[in-house]
Design a binder for this molecule. Structure first.
Ligand code: SF4
Length: 327
């Protein structure tokens, strides 16, 4: 048995200080992923800094419009907030498509973004895994890779990021508020997660001791017409094989504006910006949507068990856009 120190933080600064002092310290919020990882022996922190009682559980309007979502807002509360349901249906749908009601009642906004991949080999310490033990190898490349990435992967790791919320927030261009030993800073959500390259154990751009305090969702009229489409093996309590967050505005039969983000296909939420650009000004119909989907998956690389994801992701994009068009 490994000794473990537990500390309950009462202030944000105190939490940051406490975590920064311990090289093997971890923040604990809802615990819905970290506690599992500790049971499996994948995470072995020497210290847990419990941040679950910090005052970061409110959803506040931002001065320029939009919402500031505290890092400790529960997934269930965010999904059901009337302002979210009205102005950002994609966020609500993404959250309700994930996990189970019990987990959503515990899981937090910040923790959801920082949850770790569900690659089977990562969770089983009997296997090598470059993400868990750098330099040990990646058995998924020649092994069971049905749930793995077709975009953004590397020769060191082909795992996908599992969060649905992160995909919706990427489509909305959310900003992540951080507090660290050197003070506060803000980063676009697109810069929060790293691609694996040859350092797949480094998953985010957070510095040691930095805590997510909030996520700012900007005002975006387009988001009132948004949707989250998730394709999975089971109808509930399953991670995405592919997912897409879409927003669309159409005028006179022509695409005025569009946003896309893909989940289940890459090590981070994937924004196919080129496909968005190509679709603006085009006729709003299934043919144009399919052309954009082809562009979005250009360069995708499949493995023996997951090649189906490339076509599935394209169809998910078309389905999301057609459903919005017909709504
Ligand atoms: Fe580990 Fe990544 Fe390979 Fe999975 S895909 S075994 S997480 S290195």
């Amino acid at each position: 048995m490994r000794p473990l120190t537990y500390e309950r933080a009462t202030t944000v600064d105190g939490a940051v200080r406490s975590q920064a002092q311990g090289p093997d310290a971890r923040f604990l919020a809802g615990g819905t992923n970290l506690v599992d990882l500790m049971k499996y022996g994948v995470e072995t922190p020497g210290k847990l800094v419990d941040v679950s009682r910090l005052p970061l559980s409110t959803i506040e309007p931002l001065p320029a419009g939009g919402l500031r979502v505290g890092a400790l807002v529960k997934n269930a509360d965010l999904a059901e907030d009337p302002r979210v349901v009205r102005a950002y249906p994609v966020l609500s749908q993404a959250l309700l498509s994930g996990a189970s009601p019990q987990l959503r009642n515990l899981a937090t906004t910040g923790g959801n973004l920082l949850q770790r991949t569900r690659c089977w080999y990562f969770y089983d310490t009997a296997f090598a895994c470059n993400k868990r033990a750098p330099g040990s190898g990646c058995p998924a490349i020649l092994g069971q890779n049905r749930i793995h990435a077709v975009l953004g992967q590397s020769e060191a790791c082909i795992a996908v990021h599992p969060s649905d919320l992160a995909v919706a927030l990427a489509m909305l261009d959310a900003q992540v508020q951080l507090q660290g030993p050197e003070g506060p800073r803000t980063i676009p959500i697109g810069e929060l997660h790293r691609l694996p390259g040859d350092t797949p154990h480094l998953e985010t751009t957070l510095k040691h001791g930095e805590l997510i305090t909030a996520v700012d969702v900007p005002a975006l009229p387009l988001a009132a017409r948004s949707r989250y489409v998730k394709v999975r093996d089971r109808a509930s309590f399953a991670f995405a094989l592919t997912s897409v967050a879409v927003a669309l505005s159409v005028s006179g039969g022509v695409v005025e504006d569009v946003r896309l983000a893909l989940g289940g296909v890459a090590p981070k939420p994937w924004r196919p910006l080129e496909a968005e650009r190509a679709l603006r000004g085009r006729p709003a119909n299934a043919h144009s949507f399919r052309e954009a989907a082809e562009l979005a998956l250009q360069g995708a690389k499949g493995f023996p068990h997951n090649r189906f994801k490339i076509e599935l992701a394209k169809r998910s994009i078309v389905r999301g856009l057609v459903e919005l068009l017909e709504a």
